[in-house]
Design a protein around this ligand. Structure first.
Ligand SMILES: Cc1cc2nc3c(=O)[nH]c(=O)nc-3n(C[C@H](O)[C@H](O)[C@H](O)COP(=O)(O)O)c2cc1C
Length: 351
């Protein structure tokens, strides 16, 4: 069933409103409460020298270029292609530009059908020419779309990489969901060969098993963002879009806690011994949690809902949020005796 423009606008507005409702959060389930970093009472460090910067390697075989990032914290993919989302994206992109952090844009699905939707990125780029954007498309769209159309999504955003989201629970519970996931691995393999930018595969809040992570090995992807359970839960969000008496509302209650936690997903990646980078997100709400996930092996850590809430308030709130997150991360490094993120990854953590 093809969705009309007004249905699309309504769906996107619903997503933002419902994602902000506490009932859509699998709070306390990200697994991070069971992880403790070991306190170092006598760090051999001056706080001033603690360095949370990192890089994003473009993996260009010729130039081996990399982009410097002020921290491993990134803005998780949220919104695109609709009126309310525009201001949110512009504010987030200005933050990415000012602070040199990565930013995922929301699903660019609409651009596949309507090339005028790409105009949004011209406005974003006028305000944020140095923003480090990652494009976004769903696996179900990737499978059925001609590859040149997908390439245009990368061009329109001037993206340095592309997220492909895999979200079976969301699609199953979405009335207008696209539910044919067959040949996903082949579609990703094909995309990697011709995209010309790194490909990052992500969930949307249900995480990854050891087996799935292994299946993604050897196809050339750059990273998996586990986007595990513990924060915004897309089974819940889709469920609350339906009326209480509707079948999908009731079914969504059954799956309200479905998924693999963010911590378990990162541990699964270790067990699977994958060679691509592991990024972590899903219920991350402060810089100490960012530090815990880095200590477990994540190279980048994303947040969605906290950035959404701040973006709705404006630039100042976004600045406050990133300052808080980066300060917390720095203190976690200092108090574990880690001079930089590499040091942190060699620390023992308590589980
Ligand atoms: C309002 C909103 C819209 C989202 N839209 C997308 C999307 O278009 N594509 C995508 O890959 N993930 C999307 N996500 C999922 C997030 O990128 C992230 O994986 C998930 O929300 C968990 O992060 P959180 O717990 O920090 O919110 C969205 C999240 C929010 C809050």
């Amino acid at each position: 069933m093809e969705e009309s423009n007004s249905q699309f606008e309504q769906r996107k507005r619903d997503h933002i409103k419902i994602a902000l409702d506490p009932r859509s959060q699998t709070e306390g389930q990200n697994g991070l409460d069971s992880i403790e970093l070991i306190h170092e009472a006598l760090p051999n460090l001056d706080f001033k020298e603690v360095d949370i910067s990192t890089s994003f390697f473009l993996k260009d075989p010729v130039t081996k270029d990399s982009i410097s990032l002020s921290s491993p914290i990134f803005i998780s993919s949220m919104t695109a292609g609709h009126e309310q989302g525009r201001e949110i994206n512009e504010a987030l992109a200005r933050l990415s530009d000012r602070r040199q952090i990565l930013m995922g844009v929301g699903s660019q699905r609409r651009e596949l059908e309507d090339s005028n939707a790409a105009e949004e990125w011209n406005r974003v780029r006028r305000q944020a020419p140095k923003a480090l954007l990652l494009g976004n498309i769903g696996i179900a769209q990737l499978i059925k779309s001609p590859i040149d159309k997908v390439q245009r999504l990368i061009e329109s955003t001037e993206a340095i990489a592309l997220f492909v989201h895999v979200n079976p629970l969301q699609e199953a519970l979405q009335p207008e969901g696209t539910r044919d996931f067959r040949h996903g691995i082949e579609a990703l393999e094909n995309l990697v060969k011709i995209a010309g930018v790194p490909i990052v595969v992500k969930e949307v809040g249900c995480g990854f098993s050891v087996e799935t992570l292994k299946r993604l090995e050897n196809i050339g992807i750059y990273a998996v963002d586990v986007a595990g359970k513990g924060g915004t839960h897309w089974g819940r969000v889709e469920g609350y879009r339906s009326q209480e008496n509707d079948l999908l509302y009731k079914v969504a209650q059954t799956f309200a806690n479905w998924g693999i936690s963010t911590v378990q997903s990162v541990l699964n990646a270790k067990e699977a011994r994958v060679s691509y980078e592991i990024w972590a997100s899903g219920g991350v709400r402060n810089g100490l949690e960012v530090a815990k996930l880095c200590a477990l092996g994540a190279t980048k850590v994303g947040l969605a809902k906290p950035f959404l809430e701040a973006a709705l308030k404006g630039d100042e709130a976004l600045e406050e949020l990133i300052n808080k997150l980066e300060t917390e991360l720095k203190i976690a490094l200092f108090c574990t005796g880690s001079k930089n993120l590499k040091d942190l990854q060699t620390k023992r953590v308590i589980r």
